[in-house]
Write a protein that binds this ligand. Sequence first.
Ligand code: ATP
Ligand code: MG
Length: 282
Amino acid sequence: MASVQPDSATVGAGPAPPSGGVALGFYDVGKVFDRANTELTVLADVHLEVRENEFTCIVGPSGCGKSTLLNLAAGLSPVSHGRVEFRGRLVQGVNTDVGYITQDSNLLPWATVLENVSLPLEIRHANWSRQQRTERALEWIERVGLKGFERHYPHQLSGGMQKRVSIARTLVYDPDILLMDEPFGALDAITKLTLQNLLLNLWQERHKTIVFVTHDLAEAITLGDRVVIMTKRPGRVKTVLAVDLDRPRDAFRLAETPAYAAVHRQFWDLFRDEVTEVDSDE
Ligand SMILES: Nc1ncnc2c1ncn2[C@@H]1O[C@H](COP(=O)(O)OP(=O)(O)OP(=O)(O)O)[C@@H](O)[C@H]1O
Ligand SMILES: [Mg+2]
């Protein structure tokens, strides 16, 4: 039976198997963008601790600052207020310890699947032999279900296949923590469920710390140990909820279970207010 536990302290209760430490910490974080003659406050007072080995999903309406939050964690953009810490260290400049799967696949169009997946190894493991790098890349290409497509170019692949490449390209160098920004947002329903299962299986096997951004509450519940619900812009953490659903999970079957339905109903009641009003950009 599922239970939903508001987890306002953010560190504490939650399903196994977290090892307990804080991987990413956002403390009183604010972000303001300068626009022509105006300032746009995108994030305000964000307090959030992401635990090691936990699958954390962040849901919020479009424009509430989800991608901005990941950019701050990756060190691609500075905070305007407060601080972001990675394993207790202040994030200043690009945070090379995180693997970041951005909202766009960003594959190199002129490079094959094998070359796209190998490239991070050339940068991060320059001391490896070419054969070692190729073997590792081929292993990941197979794991994401793209065996046989090694010599294809991105334009020869479907959207779902391109997403698989971007996942392989990040997991290939084995980052301890993964930031994923709506990786399955633009995909058809079946492809989305298939890739959710791929990710669930990878997490089951390796227990990586994952921060997964989505605007799809069902996806967040399917994947996450905890779901962070953000408010409309300026984005704040509205609440953090523990998803008490057994693992391993099957994305194709989970939604049929009463336990899932109960969690979804309770989470939706908290999320609904944030997504039912359309917000202007100014
Ligand atoms: N570099 C920037 N300069 C100015 N404004 C920006 C910049 N980056 C983002 N914004 C604005 O900040 C707000 C939040 O953007 P962000 O991309 O973080 O939202 P999001 O929650 O990821 O939305 P979505 O779900 O649509 O991807 C938007 O209004 C956007 O226009
Ligand atoms: Mg975004």
